[in-house]
Write a protein that binds this ligand. Structure first.
Ligand SMILES: CC(C)(COP(=O)(O)OP(=O)(O)OC[C@H]1O[C@@H](n2cnc3c(N)ncnc32)[C@H](O)[C@@H]1OP(=O)(O)O)[C@@H](O)C(=O)NCCC(=O)NCCS
Length: 324
């Protein structure tokens, strides 16, 4: 049985310069703008974003039961932590960063203490890019690595010509693209079936989908659906990142690829992957990335067979609720 820290992150508010709030309504417009600016500055300095897409969307649109912790020094926002909603075991996942000039002064530790105060179960922390500083910070604060998310990449031109030709779909399967306003419910049901055991992806709601559809990068022409007489059985949602996000040029992404477990093992995952990669190549992209759980052996093998290699690893650390 884990030790717990009852209460809200506001319990840590007595720490100097720390403000911990539940819901974005507790943040001012200036807080949010400065937190987003801090994320941009840290991304530039470290070469990797300290917060995932869902953390950034939460800061922009809010999430039920989320918390945000900010740390100011001389009025300037120098630290930010996003604390996601509790899961059924009361565990919560955080992402945090400290402005590079303000590091090694205990600010990261104070953000973690505030998050521990608001977490009844285990506190989990993502270290995107597994930077050496993050690794040592996590170890110093008593966290242990529990999960790895691999960032894989492949060239779309030159290196892996095999990815450029998608085969014909099997008899009775049709490939089309996502129709906004029509396919949402069927896609959410399929996504929940395909990612039933995935801690984040399988629980997407209509709001999660609508937020992505409203993002400037959303393009239904790159969101492929496989349909049979039974309805939707698979999908491949691609994304295009602007120059600067993953290197000097625009980069494509296998954003989410999923197949109905009932329709699995018939080559549909490979087919859908190839359809999307072909689309990205035809859009003039030279490189494609994807994120996959390190222990998802089936997916890792599929991607390796398509020419993907490891580029970086995100590590999730966990600490049971005892004070840092
Ligand atoms: C990781 C990060 C949040 C640490 O913030 P910070 O305010 O510099 O950390 P603290 O000053 O509270 O450090 C607490 C302890 O962690 C360890 N630590 C932190 N950064 C370290 C580094 N770069 N190298 C070695 N040890 C480090 C030290 O033991 C430190 O105590 P000390 O300074 O008394 O020796 C910050 O470097 C950062 O924003 N990194 C980029 C985002 C990121 O990786 N986030 C995921 C964190 S798991």
């Amino acid at each position: 049985m884990a030790e717990t820290n009852e209460g809200s992150p506001a319990a840590a508010a007595e720490l100097t310069g720390i403000a911990a709030v539940t819901g974005i309504a507790g943040l001012t417009e200036a807080d949010r703008a400065e937190a987003l600016a801090l994320l941009r500055a840290v991304t530039e300095a470290d070469g990797v974003s300290p917060v995932s897409e869902s953390g950034r969307l939460a800061l922009m649109h809010g999430r039920a039961e989320e918390s945000h912790v900010i740390r100011r020094e001389a009025g300037k926002l120098v630290g930010y932590l996003y604390l996601g909603p509790p899961d059924e075991d009361q565990n919560r996942a955080a992402e945090l960063c400290v402005a590079p000039p303000a590091r090694r002064r205990g600010i990261g530790r104070s953000l973690i203490e505030a998050a521990l105060a608001g977490t009844a179960g285990a506190l989990r922390v993502w270290a995107h890019g597994s930077l050496p500083g993050a690794e040592q910070f996590a170890a110093r604060l008593g966290f242990a690595a529990i999960r790895e998310l691999r960032l894989m990449e492949a060239p779309l031109t030159g290196g892996s010509a095999s990815v450029l030709t998608a085969p014909q779909p099997p008899e009775g399967v049709e490939i089309s693209t996502f129709r906004p306003g029509e396919d949402e419910d069927a896609w959410l049901a399929l996504n929940a079936r395909a990612f039933a055991h995935h801690p984040e992806q399988g629980s997407w709601t209509l709001d999660d989908l609508a937020e992505r559809e409203a993002e400037p990068w959303f393009d239904p022409a790159g969101f492929f659906l496989a349909r049979s007489a039974e309805g939707l059985i698979g999908f491949h949602w691609t994304k295009v990142h602007p120059a600067g996000a993953y290197g000097p040029d625009r980069v494509g992404e296998i954003y989410v690829l999923g197949v109905d477990p009932q329709a699995g093992h018939r080559g549909l995952g490979r087919l859908l992957a190839l359809v999307g990669l072909q689309h990205l190549a035809q859009s003039g992209l030279g490189n494609v990335i994807l994120y996959v759980d390190g222990d998802n052996t089936a997916a890792v093998r599929l991607y390796q067979s398509l020419g993907f290699g490891n580029r970086a690893v995100d590590t999730m650390y966990e600490r049971r609720g005892v004070k840092a």
